[in-house]
Design a protein around this ligand. Structure first.
Ligand SMILES: Cc1ncc(COP(=O)(O)O)c(C=O)c1O
Length: 376
């Protein structure tokens, strides 16, 4: 046996896993993950221990990494999110959850006595993040579509107006892809004369494409946010979960600490950082460009409109938030949920028309639902 290879038995196990992944990837419709990427030209990089240790903008003693690509990715999104020239910074994270942790960490360093406000539709990781950061938080009611209830937000802030305000705004909630309106949040802060405030935007799914929507939703730096997190494996697509966090540089400067061992600044949550993900994102952005991303968003919105209409046609009360690629409907049978990997919460389920989801796949889903309805 060649000592560089694994045994025939292990090899068979690996191939069986591959076949299973291929099959499960084709059928899923319920999670916000793009599957239409081809990163095969990047294969040679798997031979190397890429590690973007520490701050992406300051070179490290450890020089095997993809910092230049990471800086490109961060700048691309800083510009897309209309950050003020010379007051932006960011890095490629392990996903949206880490980006949210980072935004809330900056907020806490600026306002240690701050109160976090977030809607009941917020992703589960946020509650964990504020617990980790030992920050107090208030859960605000959501409107039926999942957007934050601004009256409840105002009432809660009014009761605690002696405390700095940290708002976590959802730019696409997990179940219904509702967007909280940063413009309305800013108005509440103005109305209550709150001087000390921080707004973090959780744009895990919709943050990546909200800039391409007309009318443009209020979600970015020009609208008044202090930081934003997106996931990279969702709208763009990546074989490894990843994300990007962008924050005002002035905020990041408050936590920067020089560490001799790594020869750079310790400004990120983890020290060692995946050097392959920035390369995937760089490659995708170079390949698609702004126009490619816009076309991607338009195609997903079109597929979502198609799915909503087809579901309504067969008598299912499906609906969508404005300009959302998530189609919501009453939870179908456990069998359908399992086959298409659909999440269920409080009796509702959804399909997410991510890039790579074709109308033919929607038709397969409709056919499966129709067959079940006929059998009942
Ligand atoms: C609204 C929202 N925030 C955060 C996350 C977490 O993102 P990630 O899975 O990239 O950590 C998700 C994931 O689905 C999400 O929907």
């Amino acid at each position: 046996m060649n000592e560089n290879l694994i045994s025939a038995e292990d090899s068979a196990e690996m191939l069986a896993l591959l076949a299973n992944i291929e099959e499960r990837t084709h059928s899923f419709l319920g999670y916000p993950v793009s599957k239409d990427f081809d990163y095969s030209p990047l294969q040679p990089f798997l031979q190397y221990p890429l590690n973007n240790l520490g701050d992406p903008f300051i070179s490290s003693t450890y020089a095997v990494g993809s910092r230049e690509m990471e800086k490109y990715v961060v700048k691309f999104f800083a510009e897309l999110f209309r950050a003020q020239t010379d007051d932006w910074w960011g890095y490629v994270t392990n996903g949206g959850s880490e980006g949210n942790l980072y935004g809330l960490y900056l907020a806490r360093e600026i306002y240690p006595k701050g109160m976090v406000y977030y809607s009941e539709s917020t992703h589960y990781s946020v509650q964990k993040n504020i617990h980790l950061l030992n920050l107090p938080g208030i859960i605000i009611k959501s409107q039926p579509g999942g957007e934050i209830d601004y009256e409840d937000l105002e009432a809660a802030i009014r009761l605690n107006r002696h405390l700095p305000v940290i708002v976590l705004a959802n730019i696409g909630t997990t179940m219904t892809e509702a967007r909280d309106d940063v413009y309305q949040i800013k108005n509440i802060l103005k109305k209550l004369a709150i001087r000390h405030h921080y707004i973090h935007a959780d744009g895990a799914l919709s943050g990546s494409y909200s800039a391409f929507i007309t009318p443009r939703p209020a979600f970015d730096f020009e609208d008044g946010i202090d930081s934003i997190a997106i996931s990279g494996h969702k709208f763009i697509g990546s074989p490894i979960p990843c994300g990007v966090v962008i924050a005002k540089k002035s905020h990041r400067d408050r936590i920067a600490r020089s560490v001799a061992y790594i020869g750079t600044l310790d400004t990120t949550i983890t020290g060692s950082r995946n050097g392959h993900s920035p390369l995937f994102l760089w490659y995708a952005l170079k390949k698609m460009g702004i126009n490619g991303l816009r076309a991607r968003a338009e195609k997903s919105l079109e597929t979502a409109a198609y799915a909503e209409a087809r579901l309504n046609e067969i008598g299912i009360a499906a609906w969508r938030n404005t300009n959302a690629i998530t189609v919501v409907f009453p939870a179908p049978s456990a069998k359908i949920c399992q086959r298409f990997q659909l999440a269920v919460e409080n009796g509702i389920s959804h399909i997410i028309c991510m890039p790579g989801v074709e109308k033919q796949q929607i038709d397969e889903f409709i056919a499966a639902l129709t067959k079940e309805m006929v059998m009942v």
